[in-house]
Ligand binder design. Structure first.
Ligand code: NAD
Length: 639
């Protein structure tokens, strides 16, 4: 499900994925559009673990090659001499459902099982029969490496030229998790040099693999299957049943099982709790996305202030932190019910501290500290607060004072606090049409090291991030995604209360004149049609606060005017024609329109907008105006 496809589906409410990963769905775009994304993890654990083991056996004994050779009329016994599994060391990367299952069978075959997972504690790993090691130590010990992590920015190219060099000569590698965890170019080189004895792949960076990947797929020491992990009749029946039940429950609003992009849907009715739970979850998610390849030793959550430092809130906040953390690291739905048990299962230790009042300007704060283990023995602390009852802010990261709305895509970087650094980064973003919606710079000392955070309308493509990473002024550049949906989704799914939903009323025709005459279209660099209509529009209300106020004003106006449910009401708090035209285009389109204008918002603009939008008399345009200084008498009209 691409962004274009999603944006064309204007009535779409939910996308179901009968399986685990949702990486074939543009989840940030769905989230922006208020569409739920639902998956069915767990249903294919056994099938995938079995395929992994099949791969490992096939790889160790050259089964596919030997079968093909015999069928071709040859008898090549020496050529296909294999290796035993018994007595070998199996390294499992990612000790989740599939990883643990594979390890269990590895032990049944007499293998020594070692592994790495950023959150599974040493005790929990040992209880599953796996000896945990820091990633750096795993490479040199393994005879077989099997990958069972989701594809995240930290696992992307986890197996690369550098890590391969650290592996034993003759290592064998299995990937039945996700394409992209292995740098395929580096693997091919290591196979050709003989450093890697063989690889077994079910997943690829592009699926189906492109011509570029063919040399790897057809390599004589590679066993390749076309993403068959979940392809058993048993798993397909299981996930098909699961997704059908989940979708029907969601549409009937009975239950929201498997939703991956609506953080607090289960808490949506408890309005006063939501902002703090959202904040806690976002700080947890932010922490998880910044851990790199380190391992979490302990999580400390400090709640300060009279609203949060109370026992009934603190437990939920702790769970919300875990939910944010685990949702990023696990490939399964994490909700308020299972976050605690999942953490316990993984042996993840979480401490919470309640502080009634601290010497701070903020009335309530939530601080989350990740203590890291192993080579990366450090801790990172992130503090957030809630302003005005609903505005979330990250106010401190590792001692740097910040002011970051935790929403959408945020690019973090360190720079030396000197003139030029920001210009350089802004230059790269603007050249690549990446639109900045918020910027925050935290510094500890003047001209010392600074922490920058840029919030953007859309995720920054990988190549642009890499370009930023090469700037001499910038270091430690990384991007995080902080999905943002909760109340929006909940409202869409509330039957009883019809709500204005930004962006779902786009017209099906394009305006006759695609270049609006003035306003943001011209003034806002990088503005595109694709970006049009997903939210309230206008120069002066791109901030979250402004949008929230607008949304409220729209809802109140609809209620006061008793407008029918299907009536779209737009308010454009901008004084230029371009903004008005864009809002018209976005919200009204080719449908009957009542236009009211008064004061300086005059006849001329009405004519302009109607002609630029190509609205035809035939679709029904009613014009209502009032004398200068007067409002039109709304009571006269039947809408
Ligand atoms: P899971 O969520 O139960 O486990 C994932 C584990 O990976 C977690 O324990 C997590 O802590 C760990 N992890 C996250 N980041 C890590 C990192 N940087 N380094 C090491 N470990 C890390 O998921 P699962 O159900 O076991 O699935 C594992 C993978 O298999 C997923 O990517 C899933 O999409 C894939 N899968 C593939 C197929 C297929 O058809 N080939 C089928 C099902 C699942």
């Amino acid at each position: 499900m691409t962004k274009d496809l999603l944006s064309a589906a204007i009535n779409l409410k939910v996308v179901g994925r009968a399986g685990t990963g949702v990486d074939n769905i543009d989840t940030p775009a769905a989230t922006m559009q208020g569409v739920l994304v639902v998956n069915t993890p767990g249903g294919n654990t056994i099938s995938t673990a079995e395929l992994t083991f099949t791969h490992m056996l096939a790889l160790s004994r050259n089964i596919p090659q030997a079968v093909a050779s015999l069928k071709a009329g040859k008898w090549e016994r020496n050529k296909y001499t294999g290796t035993e599994l018994t007595g070998k060391t199996l390294a499992v990367i990612g000790l989740g459902r599939i990883g643990r299952e594979v390890a269990r069978w590895g032990r049944a075959f007499g293998m020594t099982t070692i592994g790495f997972d950023p959150i599974v504690s040493a005790a929990a790993a040992r209880a599953a029969g796996i000896e945990p090691f820091p990633l750096e130590e795993v490479w040199a010990k393994a005879d077989f490496i099997t990958l069972h992590t989701p594809l995240t920015k930290d696992t992307r190219h986890l197996i690369n030229a550098e890590t391969l060099k650290k592996c034993k000569k003759g290592v064998r590698i299995v990937n039945c998790a996700r394409g992209g965890i292995i740098d395929e170019g580096a693997l091919l080189e290591a196979l050709e040099s003989g450093h890697v004895a063989g690889a077994s792949l079910d997943v690829y960076e592009s699926e189906p693999p492109t011509e570029k990947e063919r040399p790897l797929v057809i390599h004589p020491r590679v066993v390749s299957t076309p993403h068959l992990g979940a392809n058993t009749k048993d798993a397909q029946v299981r996930v098909a049943k699961d997704i059908a039940i989940q979708l029907s429950d969601i549409l009937e609003q009975k239950d929201f099982v498997g939703v991956v992009n609506a953080p607090n849907i289960d808490f949506a009715r408890k309005s006063q709790l939501i902002p703090y739970l959202q904040l806690a979850e976002k700080v947890g998610s932010l922490q998880a996305q910044l851990i790199g390849t380190g391992k979490i030793k302990r999580i400390n959550v400090t709640m300060q202030g009279k609203d949060v430092a109370v026992s009934e809130m603190s437990e939920s906040i702790k769970i919300a932190v875990l939910k944010g953390t685990l949702s990023h690291l696990l490939d399964q739905e994490v909700n308020f019910l299972n976050a605690g048990p999942l953490a316990t299962d993984m042996g993840l230790s979480v401490n919470s501290v309640l502080v009634e009042r601290q010497d701070t300007q903020f009335s309530n704060t939530i601080k989350v500290e990740f203590e890291m283990d192993g080579f990366l023995n450090f801790s990172r602390s992130i503090t957030g607060t809630v302003f005005g009852g609903s505005q979330l802010r990250i106010i401190e990261i590792d001692g740097f004072k910040t002011d970051i709305p935790p929403t959408g895509s945020v690019v973090f970087f360190n720079n030396l606090d000197r003139p030029g650094a920001l210009k350089a980064i802004a230059g790269v973003l603007s050249k690549n049409n990446c639109n900045i919606s918020h910027f925050s710079l935290g510094r500890q000392t003047k001209e010392g090291k600074a922490l920058g955070a840029i919030t953007l309308d859309e995720p920054v493509p990988q190549n642009v991030l890499e370009e930023i990473g090469t700037l001499p002024e910038i270091s430690n550049c990384s991007q995080v995604q902080l999905l943002d949906m909760a109340d929006k989704v909940f409202r869409i799914h509330q039957k009883s209360e019809p709500t204005y939903v930004a962006g779902d009323a786009r017209p099906h025709v394009r305006p006759e004149n695609p270049q609006f005459s003035s306003g943001p279209t011209k003034k806002r660099p990088g503005y595109s049609y694709a970006a049009l209509g997903t939210d309230c529009l206008g120069r002066s209300h791109r901030s979250k606060i402004g949008k929230a106020k607008l949304k409220l004003a729209i809802e109140e106006s609809k209620r006061l005017l008793q407008l029918p449910e299907d009536y779209r009401l737009g308010i454009v708090p901008a004084s230029d024609t371009g903004a008005y035209e864009m809002a018209m285009w976005s919200m009204l389109g080719a449908r009957p329109v009542d236009v009211f204008y008064w004061e300086s918002f005059g006849k001329g603009w009405f004519t302009d907008a109607v002609s630029h939008l190509g609205l035809k008399e035939s679709v029904g345009i009613q014009e209502h105006s009032a004398d200068y200084g007067q409002l039109p008498d709304f009571t006269k009209y039947v809408f």
